[in-house]
Design a protein around this ligand. Structure first.
Ligand SMILES: NC(=O)c1ccc[n+]([C@@H]2O[C@H](COP(=O)([O-])OP(=O)(O)OC[C@H]3O[C@@H](n4cnc5c(N)ncnc54)[C@H](OP(=O)(O)O)[C@@H]3O)[C@@H](O)[C@H]2O)c1
Length: 237
């Protein structure tokens, strides 16, 4: 039996134009979800929407650090149907190559924290009433750089550490909505190439390879917490 349009589950996926966000969006569309996806670069987002070729992908260009854009994401999702998933995927690496902390420009650090910490929390706050109403799930994309003190990764890494702690506290505070920090591991994407400028990253996994781990999280809804894609597949399979 096919789902009627207004009962299809709805997801907000930030950073849906490429990389992991695009791969997750494609997988959710395949499963019958309606997806509200954003990105700042309009042309790339529109091109992705054309390629994914689904009337259930609603492309909403904008910057997650913009409060009116976040409100538009939530309003569009609520009009589309029951909001059951928020994936805070959009992220900012910072300068490439990444500066050591001793030289990290404060304005760049603000921008990294704005995108990677403040915006995800603000979007969670905006989406929370609908997520509670429809028994939804929150997934925040994190990184091993949140835990490992890699030289040169202090700006991005500390922002992901802050996002991890926000995720952990939210998970403890919210009983109705599971909150997951999801570490996808290394992936062959534009962000990863910017982190290793000039390096051959062809041995890294394609984002599509990691998506099943996230789907497993959604399907099984384990205890709220921090999950690595590699562990998830191993633990839950
Ligand atoms: N790739 C890896 O190896 C790796 C490893 C660990 C964790 N992660 C995490 O996985 C997630 C996805 O990374 P990725 O490698 O797929 O990145 P990516 O290929 O660079 O894609 C990032 C996406 O986010 C969008 N975006 C960036 N800033 C935005 C903003 N302010 N507002 C709205 N959209 C924005 C980008 O489009 P625009 O530029 O047009 O806005 C793009 O669609 C990130 O949270 C990243 O930290 C990645």
């Amino acid at each position: 039996m096919s789902l009627s349009e207004n009962t299809r589950p709805v997801a907000i996926v930030t950073g849906a134009s490429r990389g992991f966000g695009r791969a997750v969006t494609a997988a959710l569309l395949d499963r019958g979800w309606t997806v509200i996806g954003d990105a700042r670069r309009v042309a790339e987002l529109e091109s992705t929407a054309r390629e994914l070729n689904s009337t259930r992908l609603i492309a909403l260009p904008g910057d997650v650090t913009d409060a009116s854009h976040r409100d538009a994401l939530v309003a569009t999702a609520s009009e589309a149907g029951p909001l059951r998933l928020l994936v805070n995927n959009a992220s900012r690496l910072g300068p490439s190559p990444q500066p050591v902390l001793a030289d990290y420009p404060a304005s760049e650090l603000w921008a990294v924290y704005d995108t990677n910490v403040l915006a995800p929390l603000a979007l969670i706050q905006a989406a929370l009433p609908a997520l509670i109403e429809h028994a939804g799930v929150i997934v925040n994309l994190t990184s091993d750089a949140a835990i490992e003190p890699y030289p040169g990764w202090g700006g991005y890494g500390s922002s992901k550490a802050a996002l991890d702690q926000l995720s952990a506290v939210l998970a403890a505070e919210l009983t109705a909505v599971p909150v997951y920090a999801f570490d996808p591991g290394d992936m062959r994407t534009e962000m990863h190439q910017a982190a290793f400028p000039g390096a051959d990253i062809s041995d890294r996994a394609e984002p599509e390879v990691v998506v099943p781990a996230l789907l497993r999280l959604l399907d099984t809804r384990p205890t709220a917490g921090r999950y690595r894609a590699s562990d998830l597949v191993g633990v839950l399979s």
